[in-house]
Ligand binder design. Structure first.
Ligand code: SF4
Ligand code: SF4
Length: 348
């Protein structure tokens, strides 16, 4: 069952719109790359025109507004209202919790489907080591304020070797805060994570053994508390079909410099398949990401093979030890009450 605010299925239609790239934090894993994505804040008028183009192209898509920190954009409420008028199925604001420009007061709960808060540790010291001093307390305060004002809150948690040990503590914390959904993410080696010495952020990625041992069981335990958990599988089981959302889904990742990608993994490179020139959305000629989606390789995700080869391992015979699944196709564990008789915890 797709999530009500963003759909990570093979047939999804989502618009991930980066309204700016500026941020007040400097998180260790940040995937924003101003050299590739621009440094500008898009004017509200331009955002609205681009949203209109995308709404016509993908009617009824979910919209996720992000940055940088999107609440640094003073016209975000206007953008939300424009998206509503344009018929987006849902509108979510991804935030680090600092909630600038009194955004919770400037919007009504009926106008936003959810605020999605990023936190990378159940303990303050873990989160603050990764995201900056004081960011844990501020994020939790932001969640409390959003809930008190009647907004739905979800949480994005990027799983790494630095915080995987805290997944068990996350469930009780989210329950206490009234967070309805948890999005687990695998650490992407992009932006700052890719640049970090000595081997990029590869050392922070969980191995297949670590992921399988920690994440599914922890996710199921969190879901048992009544929280909807959405998580990528990352490592495909033997014989499991591989699906590339770039071929089947309708996702757009829009950056302020006009680049539009169908897959976020290549966003450090100028391989976007679409571009906004002024207010026209144009297809770019080959070669671009679209040509890569069509490739069949034994490692599974071709973009992963190209941009983060450190995540792969090979047998002595030279065949991949495992296949990497699509990071845009996630599994959802609904709360037990919604699973029904005989329902399995993991469902596509
Ligand atoms: S990860 Fe998000 S909150 Fe952190 S620096 Fe990047 S844009 Fe800002
Ligand atoms: S993450 Fe890999 S599998 Fe998914 S859309 Fe991108 S290239 Fe395709």
């Amino acid at each position: 069952m797709p999530d009500a605010t963003v759909d990570f299925s093979a047939r999804a239609a989502n618009v991930f719109f980066h309204v700016l790239t500026r941020c007040n934090l400097r998180c260790r894993y940040c995937y924003i790359n101003p050299a590739a994505h621009g440094r500008r804040r898009l004017p509200a008028e331009r955002i609205e025109r681009w949203l209109a183009v995308l709404a016509e192209r993908s009617p009824g898509a979910n919209l996720v507004l992000l940055g940088g920190e999107p609440t640094l954009h003073p016209d975000l409420p206007r953008v939300v209202r424009a998206a509503r008028r344009l018929g987006y199925a849902s509108v979510t604001i991804d935030t680090n919790g600092y909630l600038f420009h009194d955004i919770l007061e400037a919007l009504e709960p009926g106008e936003v489907d959810a605020f999605s808060f990023s936190l990378d540790g159940a303990a303050p010291e873990t989160n603050d080591r990764l995201r900056g001093k004081g960011s844990w307390a501020t994020c939790l305060e932001g969640i409390r304020k959003a809930r008190a004002r009647g907004f739905a809150a979800s949480l994005i948690f990027t799983v790494s070797t630095a915080n995987a040990g805290e997944l068990d503590a996350l469930g009780p914390l989210l329950e206490k805060l009234g967070v309805a959904r948890l999005f687990l993410q695998v650490l992407g080696l992009r932006g700052r994570a890719a640049a970090a010495a000595p081997r990029g952020g590869a050392g922070l990625r969980l191995s297949p053994e670590q992921w399988r041992a920690r994440v599914p069981a922890a996710a199921a335990a969190i879901a048992a508390r009544g929280i909807r958990v959405v998580a990528p599988q990352v490592f495909l089981d033997p014989g499991e079909p591989f699906v590339c959302a770039g071929r089947t889904a309708d996702n757009h990742f829009v950056f302020p410099n006009g680049r539009v990608y169908r897959c976020p993994l290549g966003a450090d490179y100028p391989i976007h398949s679409l571009v906004f020139r002024q207010d026209r959305l144009e297809e770019r000629p080959s070669l671009n990401e679209r040509d890569l989606f069509a490739l069949e390789i034994p490692e599974g995700c071709v973009m992963n093979r190209l941009v983060q080869p450190d995540t792969l391992r090979y047998t002595p015979e030279g065949t991949p030890a495992y296949r990497i699944g699509c990071c845009l196709i996630k599994k959802e564990i609904p709360p037990p009450a919604e699973r029904g008789e005989g329902g399995t915890p993991w469902s596509r």
